[in-house]
Write a protein that binds this ligand. Sequence first.
Ligand code: SAH
Ligand code: CA
Length: 239
Amino acid sequence: MAAESRHQEVGHKSLLQSDALYQYILETSVYPREPESMRELREITAKHPWNLMTTSADEGQFLALLLKLIAAKNTIEIGVFTGYSLLATALALPHDGKILALDINRENYEIGLPVIEKAGVAHKIDFREGPALPVLDLLLEDEKSHGSFDFAFVDADKDNYLNYHKRLIELVKVGGVIGYDNTLWNGSVAAAPDAPMRKYVRHYRSFVLELNKFLAADPRIEICQLPVGDGITLCRRIS
Ligand code: SAH
Ligand code: CA
């Protein structure tokens, strides 16, 4: 097949042509169904100086539905912040579900913890403060943990995503799913290299580009990159 014919022309910038359309989704399908505890945590997090890092309500809803669709029971989350995606996960898992939650910062987790406790799902969470990579390495030392996770959500230091992938591909079961968050990186992945960008966006951009290329070529997974939130790439382990 000629190279040109494999690349179909894109006739519009995005399906979401306006902020109003995004607002429509939130107001019609997301906010009316957002659990009270998640709304409370979202409102608390909005006051945090780093609130930009939180998972959006529509992405939280997406994660929760996905976890139920795959009937996830044992999951791992890398990058907790105040816990919005963690709470979405904890609510979606069955009563005996488990989440290994990793973050270098416990303080922010503790901002959300009272809400998580009030929601009655704190018993599902095993929070560990510290860098995620050594925890994954420790898990890999135990043969029993290989293929033991149904789902992993990666939402932390972008320069380590490929290191996480190398380990998570062993820890998640065949048929399990890894979700990498922020894979559209503020839209910068498609911007010209000399386009104006915030410093941190520019800094991590090359890592996100490298990750996206790697995932697209990795034969051990099937992938789907969704324009939800800042872009989430779902990877289903097939071997
Ligand atoms: N999922 C969260 C957002 C995470 S923001 C939510 O829904 O709100 C990114 C988080 O990654 C931050 O809390 C940061 O402390 C954490 N982080 C950064 N480097 C890390 C590392 N090496 N290991 C674990 N967590 C890390
Ligand atoms: Ca994110």
